[in-house]
Design a protein around this ligand. Structure first.
Ligand code: AHG
Ligand code: MN
Ligand code: MN
Length: 335
């Protein structure tokens, strides 16, 4: 490329600048939420770097303990949890954290922090050791407890519609951060040589329908009849394609771009669904609704679920509106 051609290309908008501009649109915003989003981005850069080098250092494999869900923790689950905690504690905007990796809510001792964060620090941990995409999912609320006091469980139990921001980082063929503050969904791609996320996909919308379905087929026989019918009908009438890597963030991101549906129905082993409501389903349901899609749990929209437990699970169907509507129709036929 010629010098003229090279310098004619703009470098682009960094995540920081984008966040700053968004903040300027709200005269009243004091910048705490902006800072918090930057803290999450910073932690994700560090984790992304560690993931990239994982095979060269001794950080693959099991950690040797189980988390509160009874699932074996991987070393990188534990590392990612520590990185996010440090970034959020040092950032100062958050009074409490709920993490998949810890039983109790975490007090940051920043009593003046106005926000709380629920986080799945590393999603898709079965894919860490095999070089397949993994992610981070986060959900942010404005606290309901008084500023100046420790965080309480109720700060996290406000329900999905009270999220002020949510999103994910996908450590894939490139690393992207996708988030919403309730005004559409934007995506930023990481430029590792510059150490910055750059604005790359503006105002993302999911196609209203699609051919992709993402489900763990091994459990098919355990799904309720309407869910089975939905999947077989999709195969029969739409020329559907199955795509499932077992990292929710990866499967979700693909379907957001291409159109499709992600399904994790109840199974014998996980009769209430496998995915966690507060740090997997709520944030992704917020993103998908903002992108024009829909998140459903089998009886209601995920964002309308009243939470009962910080680590509760839920069935999840996330995707293109027409596909979810067809699934809902099947589920209602059965009643
Ligand atoms: P996590 O690694 O945070 O525990 O999440 C794993 C989740 C999700 O990422 C994925 O879609 C699903 O578990 C895969 O479950 P199956 O292996 O049962 O299909
Ligand atoms: Mn997960
Ligand atoms: Mn996880």
């Amino acid at each position: 490329m010629t010098v003229e051609a090279t310098i004619a290309l703009p470098v682009g908008t960094t995540l920081d600048r984008f966040i700053m501009r968004q903040q300027e649109n709200f005269g009243y915003a004091k910048g705490e939420l902006s800072q918090l989003l930057r803290d999450i981005a910073l932690a994700s850069k560090i984790i992304g770097k560690e993931i990239n080098r994982a095979g060269l250092t001794d950080i693959t494999g099991a950690f040797g303990r189980e988390n509160v869900q009874g699932e074996s923790q991987q070393k990188l689950d534990v590392i990612a949890n520590i990185r996010f905690k440090r970034a959020l504690i040092n950032g100062g905007e958050v009074c409490g954290i709920l993490s998949e990796e810890e039983d109790e809510i975490i007090q940051t001792n920043n009593y003046n922090g106005k926000y709380v964060v629920a986080i799945d620090p590393l999603d898709g941990s079965s894919n860490i050791d095999v070089n397949v995409s993994i992610g981070t999912i986060f959900s942010i609320y404005r606290r309901v407890s008084p500023v100046g006091t420790p965080a309480v469980i109720d700060d996290f139990m406000q329900g999905g519609r009270k999220q002020v921001a949510a999103g994910y980082i996908l450590y894939g063929s490139s690393t992207v951060m996708v988030y919403t503050t309730g005004q559409g969904v934007n995506c930023f791609t990481y430029e590792s040589s510059l150490g910055e996320f750059f604005f790359s996909h503006a105002d993302m919308t999911i196609p209203s329908t699609g051919k992709i379905y993402s489900v763990n087929d091994a459990y098919f026989d355990e799904f309720a009849a309407p869910v089975q019918t939905f999947v077989t009908e999709m195969r029969r009438t739409k020329g559907a394609m199955a795509r499932y890597i077992g990292s929710l963030v990866g499967d979700f991101h693909r379907n957001l771009l291409k159109g499709g549906i992600y399904l994790y129905p109840p199974t014998a082993k996980t009769p209430h669904g496998k995915l966690r409501l507060l740090y997997e389903c709520y944030p992704l349901a917020f993103v998908i609704e903002q992108a024009g899609g829909r998140g459903y749990d089998g009886t209601q929209d995920i964002l309308d679920i009243t939470p009962t437990h910080v680590h509760q699970r839920c069935a999840a169907y996330l995707g293109s509106t027409q596909l979810i509507d067809e699934l809902v129709k099947q589920l209602n036929c059965e009643v």
